[in-house]
Design a protein around this ligand. Sequence first.
Ligand code: HEM
Length: 177
Amino acid sequence: MKGVIFNVVQEVVEDVFGPDAWDEIVRRSGADGAYTSLGSYPDAELGSLVTAAADVAGVTEPEALVLVGRKGFARLGGRHAELLDGADTWMDVLAQLDGIIHPEVQKIYPDAEVPSFRTTTGDRTMQLRYESSRNLCPLAEGLILGMGDHFGTDLTVDHLECVHRGDDSCVLEVVER
Ligand code: HEM
């Protein structure tokens, strides 16, 4: 996983729980704790940080990932505002994710392995089939909620299918309230 994601996790932890919490999470996880945005680091190290963060915050790991995504969207989008220029609504962002946004991310971050999101669009609703060997659907859920916050839109995300419940892939249903 690219270092920029680790950077965003650190920023969210420091924003929400303070700098001491990040130090504590790094200590407990045994992770290195220092990441450059363009570097690549083991997925397992992100997993250890999330496990430790969930422990420190007193929440489950999926809840910690949703929080990282929700608060992290503004951080990630803030670093790459140009990638959101062509999107006026949350639906635009999701419609552009596989064809434009993540491919641009791969140009910026060498070796990035971005997930696949196949979308089906309805009236104020979208379904996304998320596929990635990393199985980070709670992170996707959080990023979508954070994107809703960015556009001032109240979104709900349901996991209609989920690898964590034994399905082959994840289908996220996003509904605008
Ligand atoms: C400006 C907007 C965005 C930027 C700059 C961005 C950038 C990135 C980057 C750098 C990675 C790491 C890839 C790697 O380390 O190999 C990543 C992964 C990921 N992105 Fe995005 N992303 C954006 C929007 C979104 C949105 C809106 C979603 C929500 C559906 C999303 C879902 C994910 C997920 C779930 C991953 C984790 C990797 C995986 O599941 O395999 N991203 N993104």
